[in-house]
Design a protein around this ligand. Sequence first.
Ligand SMILES: Nc1ncnc2c1ncn2[C@@H]1O[C@H](COP(=O)(O)OP(=O)(O)OP(=O)(O)O)[C@@H](O)[C@H]1O
Length: 228
Amino acid sequence: MSDVGTLPRPARHDAHGTLLAADDVTFGYDRAAPLLDGWSQRFDAGEVVAITGPSGRGKSTLLYLLGLMLKPSAGHILVDGVPAQALPDRERARLRAGRFGFVFQDAALDATRTVLDNVCETALYRGDDPREARMRASALMERFGVQLRAAAKPGQVSGGQAQRIALCRALLHAPQILLADEPTGNLDPDSSRVVMGAFREHAAAGAAVVIVTHDPSIVAQCDRTVEL
Ligand SMILES: Nc1ncnc2c1ncn2[C@@H]1O[C@H](COP(=O)(O)OP(=O)(O)OP(=O)(O)O)[C@@H](O)[C@H]1O
């Protein structure tokens, strides 16, 4: 993996603004036992925030709420100050594709499509030029040390490679809000360092980066920690 290279800048830049916030959020799969109960937090442009806490406490669930994949049973998720759950599903999907990047804990690559197509998925959904998206994807994949043959499928790559491919997919459209669930869990220390460097660089370009992690060395490189 290489430290050099330039990430695309987030499309909109607000150096100090709050991009994403949870306001008095309550959620539980079992309503009688909420994982979050009146939880509030804001995430600003330019910062990298670690979310920590014991296993099963609800960290991944929180990322799904922040990423508009789950709806709170009470309270609001605010994107640019606007409550997102009130939006129609299509609008929420458009907002997710336009403003969010998501690195899932298990990479969540589509096994039926090539690795390159996986990386380009969100950019193409947004309507980006396919040729240009593929060129940017190849450059990102090179940066993260996953230059694979064009026809390679997710089933043919290692766990660490899959994680880096998922990271390329999340970064390709320069999302203003990047949510990452244990993004370095399968990586060696050198690869982790490059990934954290990319997160820091992405935040410096104006994004809010939120990382769920158990790794103290990752926590140490974040601007602040939110303990669940
Ligand atoms: N789809 C679901 N339906 C019902 N319960 C769920 C669902 N997803 C997660 N849970 C439960 O909610 C709780 C929180 O899960 P979550 O994955 O958010 O925790 P976590 O803090 O990310 O854990 P870990 O650190 O082990 O990844 C767990 O008890 C889990 O079993």
